[in-house]
Design a protein around this ligand. Structure first.
Ligand SMILES: NC(=O)c1ccc[n+]([C@@H]2O[C@H](COP(=O)([O-])OP(=O)(O)OC[C@H]3O[C@@H](n4cnc5c(N)ncnc54)[C@H](OP(=O)(O)O)[C@@H]3O)[C@@H](O)[C@H]2O)c1
Length: 242
């Protein structure tokens, strides 16, 4: 039986990213663990009580760090549910001639640096003797070993870098915070703004609602233990090759 399903967790949980998956993860986590105080954070306020967090702003990350240090609740779980595939200047490349520096850098800032800088911001609130989960939504297309169709250079490269960063983080935290568990998760293709332009070729039974994906992801995430820290897992619990 998963650790978190055996005992009621008490304390703070942060879901960062107010998009389709982040919102569903926050709702499902709060439903499963009513004693957790689940805070959904993003670049815009949903309600007056929400915390503003922008992973591309060092000021915002410093404010988060400070807020957590002053928080009377023990920090138990943080999930990064931010990410960007298209929009603004970003448009997934189909071939090499569409690659440009600005897109590579923008994708890297949010999809690779973002989760690592989030971990840096929350680290001062961790305790050596407290169980803690840090998870981040990666993507199967960030797998180098599984890459058979090419394209999407900026997004693929940034997600692969995220995986390397968080794997390194799991090694460091295993020494410094032995009860911390770091997990990289692929949600499966999920009906959100991020996947909308690319849903045409997805069979209907493989396009998850955000609620279904959130439920699968929490089943997988909350089964992980500190001894297993640093894994890259799909929504069904299968290990994905790096
Ligand atoms: N949906 C899928 O099929 C799928 C598949 C594989 C992996 N994923 C991964 O799952 C994660 C969540 O995606 P989603 O499907 O829920 O997409 P989504 O609905 O577009 O949500 C992404 C969220 O990230 C937020 N965000 C972007 N930049 C941010 C920043 N600097 N600081 C804070 N928040 C920021 C966006 O906020 P704004 O609205 O303010 O920009 C948006 O709310 C992403 O990492 C994505 O790569 C999704």
């Amino acid at each position: 039986m998963p650790e978190i399903n055996r005992v009621a967790w008490i304390g703070r949980a942060l879901i960062v990213g107010r998009g389709g998956l982040g919102t569903a993860l926050a709702d499902e986590l709060q439903r499963r663990q009513p004693a957790l105080d689940v805070m959904l954070c993003g670049r815009t306020l949903g309600s007056a009580d929400d915390w503003l967090v922008d992973l591309e702003s060092s000021q915002s990350l410093e404010a988060l760090s400070q807020r957590l240090l002053e928080d009377p609740q023990p920090l138990r779980l943080v999930i990064n549910a931010t990410g960007r595939l298209h929009g603004g200047s970003l448009s997934p490349e189909k071939r090499l001639q569409q690659v440009c520096t600005d897109q590579l850098m923008e994708s890297f800032a949010i999809n690779a640096a973002g989760p690592l800088l989030l971990a840096k911001a929350i680290e001062p609130a961790l305790k050596r003797d407290r169980h803690f989960h840090f998870a981040s939504l990666s993507a199967r297309v960030g797998s180098i070993g599984d890459n058979r169709s090419g394209g999407w250079y900026a997004y693929r490269g940034a997600k692969a870098a995220q995986n390397m960063y968080l794997r390194s983080l799991s090694v460091e935290w295993a020494r410094r915070f032995p009860l911390a568990t770091v997990t990289m998760l692929h949600p499966g293709t999920t009906d959100t703004a991020l996947s909308k332009p690319f849903q045409n070729f997805v069979p209907p039974d493989r396009l998850f609602s955000p609620q279904k994906a959130a439920s699968f992801l929490l089943d997988v995430l909350l089964e992980q233990t500190a001894e297993q820290s640093g894994r890259f897992l799909a929504w069904d619990g299968q290990e994905i090759p790096w």
